[in-house]
Write a protein that binds this ligand. Structure first.
Ligand code: JHZ
Ligand code: ZN
Length: 406
């Protein structure tokens, strides 16, 4: 029986059922493995007691994260974004040359690399062995483990308290939300700053981005629930922003209770969430909308195949796995992705092989279906400039549209 990750209530209800899907980022090495990939129910649930939105079916974290193929460094937009976090920290809060900076979910070390001009006192933590090895080889000291309160205690004993903790797209990746919050409380110094970025429930609902739902994303946070959770751990959100990156990612700034004045920007966002009636009204509309999106995409695929045209996908993000396992992959031939780690593998549960985008020139697709729709601008520019692509692009989300490049 699943329990609410926050309040431990057992009264949680399924609000959206996306069928069965494999673990989204476990790209398979060959076609046979891909078609036989183990599938798990993919459902979104809501806690009746505290309104927390969470995944309906918990998949073991080891299975998801031990070997991980996602690297932000493949995207210029994301690399710049991570770099901007360090310049913003320096502008607003100032790094000293011995500031201790910890990145939780540090991946291949891209963020910490951007901190190096300010301080060399850096430490990454990541459960993926393949990515921790890449980071350590680059000279970014990385502990290959899941973040926990006991790990925090070890780090504190060995290296002291952290002046800055940054964690991008990791906090939603654990069902142990209280353990994570406790770990932050243990490790951060009294004057320290914590910056967390996560996919935001409000943006998911407003953009109809149901493809954000996959087993790796255990929680779908509202600001209200974040605020309440951290208050229980002597941590206070003193600022928050909705960012353009990943179409509406949420950034929160935390410190030990009462250390920084709580900004109006945070209060406004929280107020909006309540006024919009995010959970009761908008969430229900979103769940109904998802079924309509499926029908619309399938109708478009039928039109394309009736006119004897071919469709390839662009991007093999985790969200492609949700979308294509929900919709069905029969109408696509294969997908392109710039990540060398992903090329030659298959989107799990499908026959879609991941190819190098240079193949676009030979394949000459009539349509390209943009799974990585959150990077539409960067990708469309590359399609035009690098591959001289002339054809149609299907952007499924936030609104299904077809654009033509001539
Ligand atoms: P992208 C990841 O989700 C996983 P995903 C994770 N769970 C999370 O929370 C979110 O990020 C935020 C490729 N690409 O970033 C690279 C090109 O090929 O949307 C990626 O494989 N060419 C941590 O997996 C994919 O597209 C390009 O020009 O949904 C994008 O994946 C660009 C820009 C990207 O994340
Ligand atoms: Zn709850």
């Amino acid at each position: 029986m699943s329990k609410c990750f926050i309040c431990k209530s057992e009264s949680i209800k399924v609000i959206l059922d996306l069928g069965e899907s494999p673990v989204a980022n476990n790209l398979e090495m060959n076609l046979g493995q891909s078609l036989e990939a183990k599938k798990y129910p993919l459902k979104l649930s809501k806690c009746d007691s505290c309104n927390h939105i969470q995944i309906g079916n918990i998949v073991n974290q080891e299975e998801i994260f031990s070997d991980y193929f996602y690297m932000p460094s493949v995207s210029k937009t994301l690399t710049n974004h991570l770099q901007e976090i360090s310049s913003e920290i320096n502008d607003k809060f100032k790094f000293d040359n011995d500031s201790f900076v910890v990145d939780i979910g540090s991946n291949d070390g891209t963020f910490l690399n951007s901190v190096k001009p300010y301080t060399n006192n850096i430490l990454g933590i990541d459960p993926a062995k393949n990515l921790s090895d890449i980071a350590n080889k680059k000279g970014i000291k990385t502990i290959n483990n899941f973040f926990s309160n006991s790990l925090s205690k070890e780090i504190k004993d060995k290296y002291g308290e952290a002046d800055f903790i940054v964690s991008t797209n990791t906090f939603a990746h654990t069902p142990e939300v209280k353990e994570f919050a406790e770990g932050l409380e243990t490790l951060i110094s009294d004057q320290g700053i914590i910056i967390i970025e996560i996919h935001y429930l409000g943006s998911m609902i407003n953009d109809n981005s149901f493809d954000t739902i996959y087993h790796e994303h255990f929680s779908y946070w509202s600001l209200k629930n974040l605020d309440e959770l951290f208050k229980d751990h002597d941590l206070e959100i003193f600022d928050a922003k909705i960012l353009p990156v990943h179409h509406g990612q949420l950034r929160i700034y935390l410190s030990k209770n009462g250390n920084y004045k709580v900004k109006n920007s945070f209060k406004e966002l929280l107020k909006n969430e309540i006024e919009e009636d995010l959970i009761e009204k908008k969430l229900i509309r979103f769940c109904n909308e998802v079924k309509k999106i499926k029908v619309d995409i399938l109708n478009l695929f039928k039109e394309v195949s009736d006119s004897k045209k071919i469709i390839y996908g662009y991007g093999a993000p985790a969200k492609a796995s949700t979308l294509i396992n929900f919709i069905g992959s029969e109408n696509l031939i294969s997908v392109y992705d710039k990540s060398k780690l992903k090329q030659g593998k298959y989107i799990p549960g499908t026959s879609l092989e991941i190819k190098d985008p240079v193949e676009i020139i030979n394949d000459n697709p009539d349509y390209i279906f943009l799974f990585a729709w959150n990077f539409a601008e960067e990708i469309i520019k590359e399609l035009k400039e690098n591959y001289n692509y002339k054809g149609k692009i299907i952007i499924p989300i936030p609104e299904l549209k077809v654009i033509e490049i001539s």
